[in-house]
Design a protein around this ligand. Structure first.
Ligand code: MF3
Ligand code: CO
Length: 294
């Protein structure tokens, strides 16, 4: 039997908090998951599935998260330091009653990640890092509001950027759209990975293997790991209520990364090539998906 928490009778109140009887709510879905489990499919536990109340909470958190990124979009430009970006994100988040999730997360010292040019991810905002014309920077924001987590990131181009950098940013953005378009309830997580990888590699770029997306909602990083290389039709089943991120890190050169920075966080491309990333957070619905944060 698929281990899915307490076994409910048909007339019991559904586990999702809707107040409806189980038979009128999640029973059919749970039966379908049981059948898939019996057929040998990878089925995520009910504890990862978001209830309508959870999703509403995540939406409110995401509104702040996206607002912080909008604030960055309004103010970023040549001459701005990454520490200033961090302060905008921090202040916006706190002014809206929320907490920046990165701050003190496993010792991370700032309120967002700023990853410039050849930095793949987890760049630490700094007073010494001044953005200049031609840079490309990922700003990764994550927010906790009333215990609900949201997480998304965008690329920003500083002034005029080279054609190569512009193309890397654009192809990466498109790869996330391809990933989203591959999301189907009762499909597989591997469908998303395959769609992303195919688009990235067709453009001559590479997908970083070591980092990926994740389940999210009641915690910052929930199961499962969401990789962006793989085969369609493989991996966990995309059941309605599953909330996760699509956030491929795309290198212009080789996929290998360098994690030797003594600060313990900043990840760079090994070959020094540029890297880009966009991140969206979504929830699988009965008939598709809803983007919660982007
Ligand atoms: N926001 C990142 C993600 O997309 C996680 C950053 S962890 C931090 O999962 F500590 F560096 F902020
Ligand atoms: Co994330």
């Amino acid at each position: 039997m698929y281990d899915n928490g307490p076994v409910l009778g048909r007339n019991d109140t559904c586990w999702c908090g809707s107040g409806k009887k189980y038979k009128k709510c999640h029973l059919a879905m749970d039966e379908r998951l049981q059948e898939l489990w019996d057929a040998g499919e990878e089925v995520l536990p009910r504890s990862l599935m978001k209830t309508p109340e959870d999703i509403e909470g995540i939406r409110r958190s995401a509104a702040v998260n996206m607002g912080a990124l909008d604030e960055v979009a309004r103010r970023i430009g040549p001459g701005v330091t990454t520490a200033e970006i961090d302060r905008w994100v921090h202040d916006y988040t706190v002014e809206h009653g929320a907490i920046p999730a990165p701050l003190d997360y496993e010792g991370f010292p700032k309120s967002c990640c700023t990853s410039v040019n050849g930095v793949v991810c987890h760049g630490i905002p700094s007073d010494d890092e001044v953005l200049k014309e031609g840079d490309v920077v990922n700003v990764d924001c994550s927010t906790i509001l009333d215990g609900y987590f949201s997480d998304s990131s965008r690329m920003f181009t500083v002034g005029e950027v080279s054609e190569e950098r512009g193309r890397l940013v654009e192809v990466t953005r498109e790869s996330v759209e391809r990933g989203l378009a591959a999301v189907r309830p009762w499909g597989h997580l591997g469908d998303v990975a395959h769609a992303v990888q195919e688009h990235v590699e067709a453009a001559g770029y590479s997908v970083v293997r070591e980092f990926g997306g994740h389940g999210i909602g009641l915690e910052f990083h929930e199961d499962p790991f969401v990789g962006f290389v793989g085969e369609a039709g493989t991996g966990p089943v995309l059941a309605p209520g599953f909330c996760f991120t699509i956030e491929p890190m795309v290198n212009a050169g080789e996929p290998d990364i360098d994690m030797s920075d003594p600060n313990g966080w900043t990840v760079r491309t090994k070959d020094g090539s540029d890297s880009a990333q966009w991140e969206v957070q979504l929830v699988v619905t009965e008939d598709g998906y809803e983007v919660l944060s982007r």
